[in-house]
Ligand binder design. Structure first.
Ligand code: SF4
Length: 461
């Protein structure tokens, strides 16, 4: 028995952007009921159905494997769908032996077995996400958020494969689990449609993205993208440009571990596909302390890389965090860190005094540092960084910089951030006489004054 299902129920008039699914249902009545269940679920999510493969965004073939002749018919139907459309999901009895299908059609999007409704629906979501319907959806398109409307955090993975000795996150959250790239990009797209202008990419270890999936590849917008740091940055940058906003969407990277492949994304920053901003927690500079922390030890090479990054992208902003008073840190180690800071001239640096966290392996290390010494080192570190930051902010006076507006008041005042400032953690730009602008606008601001961390200016019309 073979049926190509066209119209179900009394179709209300749907908006044109609803994704369309073609369904070919083969086999017995049980298989037909399976098809109905899948279609009912998809319909409730706003999908439409079409009776021609060519009009469909994706085609589901529910197969029968009862007899050899039924298998042949199933394979022929899959072949026809591949020829007419090319985006095909296979389910049903033949899906119990997926190799029979993938051997003949290696580009099938997904193969699931009989009664695996949820997996089929998930595969459809992956291939063509459901359209948001403001009339029936209870949750706004961008999801419920705790950040202002114009920026949002985009979490790309959970857990961490590193074992830094001061950290208990791998113990709490386990090893790295990366979200498939099309899930992340789909979420980013929804956020942009909902009005988000700045995406802040976060994880425990952003540059390790996809390692756990062996860089699994998925279809996206007519092509394929790998679950990989570079692909993610490139795709997000492209998405921002495609969104058609005058200045694109700002994409900011946080918690980037300094692996060598980070070098590959600096040209994307120079091209302004993503923001020229890297948040890299270096934690220390002394090779001995870094070894005790179980972090990479070659900071000389890191200085060379920072120099190379600045050659490719001269206005890159580098932010980092450091720990002072780590067990075993001597005065020499600390001075090494201060000298390194003078060389590196990081734009922003936060500093923490080492805390002896319950469960962290570093508790067992020798040479714990007195609290007064930690405090004294913290103050010396922050003073050096204040001087570096002051010189950097002063050098911006007289320049015109694009600024993302975060807040405005009734008297023409506004608060915003340059490309080099992340919300909450970096500096601000405080604007005067700036009427007619609103949060989420990117305006050109002439910088008139500066203090240690913040800038002051006026929007240029
Ligand atoms: S400090 Fe960061 S990179 Fe190191 S183990 Fe913890 S989460 Fe992972």
């Amino acid at each position: 028995m073979r049926c190509i299902i066209s119209i179900i129920m009394n179709e209300p008039l749907k908006k044109l952007s609803s994704p369309k699914v073609g369904v070919v249902s083969l086999g017995c009545p049980k298989a037909l009921v399976d098809s109905e269940r899948i279609m009912t679920q998809l319909r409730s999510e706003g999908y439409q159905f079409t009776d021609t493969h060519k009009n469909a965004d994706v085609v589901i073939v529910n197969t029968c494997g009862f007899l050899d002749s039924a298998k042949e018919e199933s394979l022929a139907s899959i072949g026809q769908a591949m020829k007419d459309n090319g985006r095909v999901i296979v389910t049903g009895c033949m899906g119990a032996e997926p190799e029979q299908i993938t051997a003949k059609y290696p580009n099938i999007l997904a193969v699931t077995g009989p009664h695996q409704y949820e997996q089929v629906v998930e595969a459809v979501h992956d291939a063509v996400p459901p359209a948001h319907d403001p009339y029936i959806d209870l949750v706004p398109e961008g999801g419920l958020k705790l950040t202002p409307r114009h920026y949002a955090y985009l979490k790309i993975s959970e857990g961490c494969n590193n074992r830094c000795s001061f950290c208990i996150i791998p113990h709490l959250r386990g090893d790295l689990v990366s979200r498939p790239i099309h899930h992340v990009l789909f979420e980013a797209e929804k956020l942009i449609h909902a009005g988000v202008k700045e995406l802040l990419v976060i994880s425990q270890d952003t540059s390790a993205y996809g390692v756990d999936t062996k860089y699994a590849e998925y279809p996206w917008k007519g092509g394929r993208r790998k679950t990989k740091f570079y692909d993610l940055c490139d795709a997000l940058g492209q998405m921002g440009r495609d969104a058609g906003h005058e200045q694109g969407i700002w994409v900011r990277l946080h918690y980037v571990y300094p692996y060598p492949h980070v070098d590959e994304i600096i040209p994307l920053m120079a091209e302004r596909k993503i923001l020229p901003y890297l948040d890299i927690p270096f934690q220390h500079a002394s090779p001995k302390v870094l070894k005790a922390m179980k972090r990479p030890g070659n900071q000389e090479k890191t200085l060379e890389r920072i120099r190379a990054w600045r050659e490719i992208c001269p206005d890159i902003t580098l932010r980092s965090t450091f720990i002072v008073g780590f067990p075993g840190e001597t005065e020499d180690d600390f001075e090494y860190l201060l000298e390194w800071m003078q060389e590196a001239q990081l734009d922003r640096a936060g500093c923490f005094k080492y805390e002896n966290v319950e469960g962290a392996p570093s508790r067992a290390l020798d040479g714990h540092v007195d609290e007064e010494v930690k405090q004294e080192r913290y103050e010396r570190f922050m003073e050096i960084q204040r001087q570096i930051s002051e010189a950097k902010t002063q050098s911006k006076i007289g320049k015109t910089l694009p600024v993302m507006i975060d807040d405005t008041d009734d008297s023409g005042g506004a608060e915003g951030r340059t490309m080099g400032d992340a919300p909450e953690i970096d500096g601000k730009v405080l604007l005067r006489d700036s009427y007619g602008i609103q949060p989420g606008d990117v305006v050109n601001v002439e910088i008139e004054d500066a203090d240690d961390y913040d800038l002051y200016g006026v929007a240029i019309k």
